[in-house]
Design a protein around this ligand. Sequence first.
Ligand code: NCD
Length: 307
Amino acid sequence: MSLKGKDIISALQFTREEVEYLFRLAEKLRKEIDEKGILDYAKGKIMVTAFFEPSTRTKLSFQFAMKRLGGEVIDFEVTTSSLAKGETDIDTLRIIDGYNPDVIVLRQKKPHFPEQIAPMIKAPIINGGDGWNEHPTQALLDVYTIWREFGYVDGLTIGIMGDLKYGRTPSSLSYLLSKFKDITIYYIAPQPLQIRDEVVEKIEGKVTYYKVEKLEEVIDKLDVLYVTRLQKERLPDPSMYEKLKGIYKVDLQVLAKAKKIPVIMHPLPRTWELDVSVDNLRQARYFEQAQNGMYIRAALLKEVLGV
Ligand code: NCD
């Protein structure tokens, strides 16, 4: 497998072999990091994080991952930069690229921006989220978490619930799951937030999927329930948020009705859709999921850097 020097734009670009290779590498790096703290694979390499949209986990876990690999990190500070003077994102990235970083992790609010800019940029670009479109490294950590939990991915039934229309994690997660066998996905959402056609078109024939409105209809079938927040900042009109706020929610009361409580995941941040009362269940995996992000991103960086 070689991801050396490649742009990482979409979860669709990976082969199953690459994904499984990255999972095993993440396990190996986890052991080495736990033993030694800082490794030296990426010594002398520089990663830039350029996030034009807010982030906690994605940016921090990439930064931690690069440091743990022994590399250097430079963060492009959006708020204090010349963006405030009207400089465009494209010019900004060309300037960053001119200083010859070894990799750039980019988050941008325009869907498909990473694939448009990548040909103009020498350094490999890793997409850290492009608007509502995709979040491929989130999908890697999501499926990595599932794989660690069950020991396999084939044959599992996953419920993806919440804002499937304006969210970018449901699309990338669907694409990555489509690389595995006998996957069933239940898209659980009120009509205005259901999964985009363009997403299901890409997994057609590879995954069995159903669209449903209510969790109660399907909860007993699920191995995993993946909850997402309503993407307030991406809704076309603010009154939509007020109308849809609180329309779906996972709490102990809802889960008590299930014959078997599935593994519960969430990309975070959460708002009102996932109650803190769920946190103490052994099936709650979202904090562990966020932690897994650092190891799988370390694995991805190691491969993209070719070190
Ligand atoms: C997600 C994102 O940015 O798309 N967050 C993350 O990266 N963990 C989910 C979200 O913002 O709802």
